[in-house]
Design a protein around this ligand. Structure first.
Ligand code: PBG
Length: 334
């Protein structure tokens, strides 16, 4: 009797979207976006020394690690199906100068780490960051003169830096500096030095964001004066993102990146629609810190927030994601 009554109350609906959510089996079939370990790139902070690591306070679970530990962590990432790591060096204050000279040192921290990684985990791609800030006594991505960040003078230094990284064995170089014309200059310099096979993952669309704080703590690389607004983009702009991405593709970028990720999903979608190269997104240090902090307080489920935000970045159109969650996410998936 009761059953019949419910039946009588039924609406006559041709379309019931809930049918496609009725069980995990059907949900799996209807799922539009996939997230896999092979979509992830693990950023790593390398420091000088042996068999040591130092916690990064504002990034729970992340460490600055010495070369040997970096190699071990990279091996673990490779084993989990993560195709690449992105390296950032922690440079001692005494080695920093206005011109970021240490970045060209073939036996410097970054270059020796790249070599160690290519020797020990050859199947893993190594991506190196091209920007002056970790090496610069001014903490800017370019050369500072009279309080201004010079463009063309910086581009020359960045091109030399990219060549030094390629010589060490980097598979891809990733200019994160936002100077005009640097992708073309880097491409020309790499080609001239015999590195035509080394790719460029350009931070084409990088915003002047409040979400880089923990990263700057990790590298002690915050600008000593001023901010980065004369080179990094205004968060208000989307058309300009397309302009930057198209310019970098024209200059020879093999992959273009949008950064940060979660606050810029519309930008990722727009760039994806406008270029024919793969699009990367960077879930930056502040995005990681926010999820970890809320999870530590018990206010959100950290694992679920990790998976949901990464999936949303894929759904927006990113082909690959740089994320400090790469190991944790790959483990969860595996
Ligand atoms: C610097 C660089 C930054 C990041 C990557 N490369 C910081 C900045 O521009 O100040 C940020 C990454 C992160 O916050 O996770 N060239």
């Amino acid at each position: 009797m009761a059953r019949r009554k419910t039946h009588e109350k039924r609406l006559s609906l041709r379309s019931r979207p809930r049918r496609n959510r009725g069980s995990e089996a059907i949900r799996a079939l209807a799922r539009e976006t996939e997230l896999q370990p092979s979509d992830l790139i693990l950023p790593l902070f390398v420091m000088d020394g042996k068999n040591r690591q130092a916690a990064i306070t504002s990034m729970p679970g992340q460490f600055r690690m010495t070369r040997d530990r970096i190699v071990a962590t990279a091996r673990r990432a490779h084993g989990l199906g993560i195709p690449a790591v992105a390296l950032f060096p922690v440079i001692k204050g005494a080695l920093k100068d206005r011109f970021a000279r240490e970045s060209l040192n073939d036996s410097g921290l970054l270059q020796t780490t790249v070599r160690a990684l290519k020797d020990e985990v050859p199947g893993l791609a190594v991506i190196t960051d091209v920007a002056m800030d970790p090496y610069s006594s001014d903490g800017h991505d370019g050369l500072v003169e009279n309080g201004r960040v010079l463009n063309d003078e910086s581009v020359g230094i960045l091109a030399a830096m990219a060549v030094a990284q390629a010589r060490a064995g980097a598979d891809f170089v990733a200019p994160s500096d936002m100077m005009d014309g640097r992708v073309g200059a880097i491409r020309a310099a790499l080609d001239a030095e015999g590195f035509a096979e080394v790719g460029i993952l350009s931070y084409a669309v990088k915003y002047a964001s409040s979400l880089y704080g923990p990263f700057r703590e990790a590298l002690d690389s915050a600008p000593r004066s001023g901010d980065k607004k004369t080179y990094q983009m205004d968060p208000a702009n989307k058309r300009e993102a397309v302009r930057e991405a198209l310019l970098d593709v024209r200059e020879g970028a093999d992959i273009v990146m949008v950064k940060p990720a979660l606050a810029y999903l519309d930008v990722i979608a727009e760039v994806r629609a406008r270029v024919n190269v793969p699009v990367a997104a960077y879930q930056v240090s502040g995005e990681y810190a926010m999820i970890k902090a809320a999870a530590e307080k018990g206010w959100i489920d950290g694992r679920k927030a990790m998976a949901e935000t990464l999936l949303s970045i894929r759904r927006a159109g990113a082909d690959m994601i740089l994320t400090y969650f790469a190991l944790e996410m790959a483990e969860t998936l595996g």
